[in-house]
Design a binder for this molecule. Structure first.
Ligand code: NDP
Ligand code: MG
Length: 408
């Protein structure tokens, strides 16, 4: 009897029966990267941290290396690796320091799972090469799919079910959870929820005066600065519509966005019989990060639970595209296809940086993107190198748009 109990307990927790998976976390010092390491801490028998990467934050990377003792650690900004070396108290970790090593390390035969929590276009090639090498990719870096969704889709879905590419983005995780046990042909619509960000109810005339601090003050989520600004302009929701299109192979006409300020419903799916499923919970990225790693299973997770009796209301509103033009621009690029989403993405990255550096105003973010889309085109056939070319051409253009020309 006792043996039976122990055996079934071992089976249900799997911990003692499974080989730990070798995890490579790209962007381990960021918001998603650090939360991924929290999940590793909760499941020490399931994972072995094989590699960690950061861009500039060598102090935090050094602390992570000392705790998790990965085989590899990479610092991509190329200047701080000597500082890093001085802080490491063991010699089990090989330190690498260039950007190219990211695309090589994802293919390493010992790596089982790549968590891509890089920000921006820097995440695209690692996603591409990891999928090409047959690795499972837990993807936070939505820009990978925005820029190269068409190229990545060949490694992605089969009959509406993910193969190796599992979303970390909470909306896409919610959709994946709603789709469990459903067939692709019964999906009528994907409904992506949006918090509406900090300016959801602002008058359009006041939006001229938005400051960087206003925009960084997200009502529900604590995230890296780029996605926080994307949420404030609602570009984030536009990027997520493109992400959902490629991830679930659903046409744009069957993807809808709705503002839901409480961020309790993370997204929904309506089926052909009129039924709608929603995935709910407190806004906490630990849940979707872990689901990307545990899919198709669920594991225990120690995070706060929603007290449903205290939840007073769940409300919904339409998106106001006149106050949030970035979202409209993103949707237009998906309709246009080709290199347009990559131009949008590069211009947005530059504009967000310029806003964070107090060079331009909030309103001018959309203007930089619009001007870039009007002026840049590509005649090349879509490929890895054409995407790299259009990305750098757009960045150069968007960096040099002056304030005066923005007013014309
Ligand atoms: P952060 O800015 O917090 O972290 C980004 C990570 O990438 C850091 O480790 C950073 O290193 C590294 N990095 C930055 N620039 C480069 C570069 N040029 N080359 C290589 N590495 C780089 O971002 P988040 O964790 O917030 O977001 C990561 C991704 O996840 C984004 O695509 C975002 O849209 C998506 N996402 C994030 C959510 C969140 O809650 N944060 C929710 C849903 C999606 P360093 O620290 O050294 O600068
Ligand atoms: Mg999201």
């Amino acid at each position: 009897m006792l043996l039976c109990y122990i055996y079934s307990n071992y089976i249900s927790h799997n911990c003692f029966l499974l080989e730990p998976q070798n995890l490579l976390i790209l962007g381990s010092t960021g918001s998603i990267g650090t939360q991924t390491l929290e999940i590793v801490k909760q499941h020490p028998n399931r994972f072995r941290v094989y590699g960690l990467t950061a861009h500039k934050n060598w102090k935090l990377l050094a602390r992570q290396i000392n705790i998790y003792k990965p085989k590899f650690a990479i610092l991509t900004d190329g200047v701080s690796v000597n500082n890093l070396r001085e802080l490491i108290n063991h010699n089990e970790t090989q330190l690498l320091e260039d950007n190219d090593s990211l695309t090589r390390i994802v293919e390493h035969e010992a790596v089982d799972v790549v968590v891509n929590s890089l920000v921006g276009f820097s995440g695209f090639l690692p996603t591409y090469f990891a999928l090409k090498a047959g690795k499972k990719v837990a993807l936070a870096n939505k820009e990978s799919l925005v820029v190269g969704g068409e190229l990545l889709s060949e490694y992605n879905n089969e009959n509406g079910k993910p193969q190796n590419l599992l979303p970390i983005d909470s909306e896409h995780s919610a959709i994946l959870q709603c789709l469990a046990g459903e067939s692709e042909k019964s999906i009528e619509k994907l409904i992506i929820t949006a918090s509406g960000g900090p300016f959801r109810s602002w008058d359009i005339r006041d939006m001229e005066y938005i400051t960087v601090d206003d925009a960084l003050d997200h009502p529900n989520w604590d995230m890296g600065s780029k996605i926080t600004i994307d949420s404030a302009t609602m570009m984030n929701k536009g990027l997520e519509i493109i992400e959902a299109h490629w991830l679930f192979n659903i046409p744009l006409e069957r993807i809808e966005a709705v503002v839901h300020p409480q961020s309790i419903i993370h997204s929904m799916v309506t089926f052909t019989d009129g039924s709608t499923k929603a995935q709910m919970g407190l806004p906490d990225m630990m849940i979707p990060i872990q689901y990307a790693l545990s899919w198709p299973d669920r594991w225990d997770l120690n995070v706060p639970r929603q007290d449903w009796a205290k939840l007073q209301q769940l409300t919904f509103e339409s998106v106001d595209y006149s106050r949030f033009p970035c979202m409209r621009l993103a949707i237009e690029t998906l309709k246009e296809g080709g290199h347009a989403p990559a131009i949008l993405n590069a211009a947005n990255e530059v504009a967000v940086n310029r806003f964070l550096n107090h060079e331009i105003t909030y309103i001018q973010i959309a203007k930089i993107i619009e001007k870039s889309l009007e002026n840049i085109t590509s005649r090349e056939t879509l490929s890895i190198s054409s995407l790299e070319n259009i990305d750098s051409e757009t960045r150069n253009f968007a960096k040099n748009i002056t304030f005066k020309s923005l007013q014309t």
